[in-house]
Design a protein around this ligand. Structure first.
Ligand SMILES: C[S@@+](CC[C@H](N)C(=O)[O-])C[C@H]1O[C@@H](n2cnc3c(N)ncnc32)[C@H](O)[C@@H]1O
Length: 425
């Protein structure tokens, strides 16, 4: 117990979005009780007791926390797991917060996992999880446990029981689980983390984001992308403490929640502060955004204002591409092989993956420009998205849409030029 308490990070401060205490002694009682009085902060609705179906699999949800809106996040996880399996790796998955076990079920059936450890601290979920997994596979390929996630992951680490994929689908912030999750991952393994801590990630509570993620984040027009970048940056820093580095394979934001998900690959290495772990600024006067290295911090200024008083600065966070283009292309191919393309949810997934491929262009900087902001600065009506995109391309700028915001573009064109082009179109 002494060793465990040394390895475990101190318990995190209560999060307004968390409906679950990480203290296993009070876990069962607290798991379905909401501590915040504000309905804005409550997690989205849980499925009513009963059954559900996803990608053709029927399963029990019972009284567990299950959201059909998270199916896309599960699809993305299954595609990555399938690629890991196909690349000759064994596929051992630790589903640290599995709810009713739908992810574990899909990792077993669709990704062909060799073994899944399905854990959820809520002991009441145990029967539902076991019944769901027993329906698709013999017990040799899976185990159910009902412990606090950090405890499970630290115990795996101490037993040298390492995994190819660790999935941490937490309520609120994921940061207190990162270290133990990385410790039980194989080198080259995948860490799939989720945060629903929208208030922090959106830059509304800079001091809280500093405490939880080690980044001071202010409100910016592309706050939701900043949330993903803060999550990646936090994981990079945590990995570095352990002598590892993590690289994002894909990043996904969904306004249902909101939910921030990132798939990271873990390898040996350390944090390089000159490699996309930097600061970003947004000039409230002219709308221009820039990244700043650590060395530049003492001389921050914007092109329009030499004194830098109009700058809003956030960081440190990840400023590189949100996704790996080659990895997303492989995910698209895998989705095709699994027969997921086509109509309905297949078409939506295809569209999303294609959009993510487009925005992974390394020429595109962080952030996006909302066309409403361009319009208000130019004092014109909002220009049509497609017209604006082709006008920018004609002038030689890189441009794509953003999967995060519908009426926005990612581009290497400065705001001042966007305003000029918008007036012309
Ligand atoms: C967002 S839900 C998981 C949903 C599930 N992964 C899915 O895709 O349907 C979070 C789950 O984590 C469990 N949980 C919350 N905190 C936990 C902790 N510290 N350790 C283990 N499980 C926890 C809750 O009981 C809940 O079922």
């Amino acid at each position: 117990m002494l060793i465990l308490s040394r390895l475990l990070p101190p318990p995190p401060p209560p999060s307004p979005l968390s409906n679950f205490s990480p203290n296993p002694r009070i876990a069962s009682a607290a798991s379905h009780r909401l501590s915040s009085p504000s309905s804005d902060l409550l997690p989205p609705r849980c499925a009513a007791e009963g059954h559900a179906a996803e990608r053709g699999h029927e399963f029990e949800t019972g009284g567990t926390f299950y959201r059909s809106e998270s199916a896309v996040g599960r699809d993305l996880g299954v595609l990555a797991a399938s690629l890991q399996r196909r690349s000759g790796h064994q596929l051992r998955v630790l589903d640290a917060m599995c709810g009713c076990g739908i992810r574990s079920l899909r990792y077993l059936v669709e990704a062909g996992a060799d073994f899944v450890l399905a854990n959820d601290a809520n002991d009441d979920n145990r029967g539902v999880i076991a019944r769901n997994l027993a329906r698709v596979s013999g017990e040799g390929r899976w185990t159910v446990s009902s412990n606090e996630a950090n405890r499970v992951m630290v115990e795996c680490y101490l037993k040298r029981d390492f995994y190819d994929l660790v999935d941490v689908d937490s309520f609120g912030s994921e940061s207190s689980y990162l270290r133990s999750a990385m410790n039980c991952l194989k080198l080259g393994g995948l860490l799939y983390v989720t945060s629903t801590d929208g208030y922090t990630s959106g830059g509304h509570r800079p001091h809280h984001s500093l405490a939880a993620y080690g980044a001071y984040v202010c409100p910016m027009p592309y706050s939701n992308e900043v949330g993903l970048r803060m999550l990646i940056g936090g994981a990079m820093r945590e990995a570095s403490v352990l002598g590892y580095r993590v690289a994002p394979l894909f990043s996904y934001y969904s306004y249902h929640g909101p939910v921030f998900r990132v798939m990271l690959r873990l390898n040996r290495g350390k944090l390089l502060t000159n490699r996309h772990y930097e600061f970003i600024s947004y000039c409230t006067k002219c709308g221009h955004s820039q990244s700043h290295s650590w060395d530049e911090l003492s001389k921050l200024s914007c092109t329009c204002n030499k004194e830098g008083r109009s700058l809003v600065v956030s960081g440190p966070l990840w400023t590189g591409p949100l996704h790996s283009t080659s990895y997303l292309t492989e995910m698209l191919n895998m989705a095709e092989q699994l027969g997921w393309m086509g109509n309905g949810s297949g078409a939506d997934l295809q569209k999303l993956l294609q959009l993510m491929v487009d925005e992974s262009d390394p020429k595109l900087p962080f952030g996006y420009i909302k066309l409403d902001e361009v319009a208000s600065r130019a004092k014109i009506n909002s220009p049509p998205l497609r017209t604006m995109m082709s006008a920018l391309q004609k002038e030689g700028y890189a441009v794509s849409r953003s999967h995060i915001a519908t009426n926005a573009i990612k581009t290497d064109c400065p705001m001042a030029t966007c305003i000029r082009i918008a007036k012309e179109v």
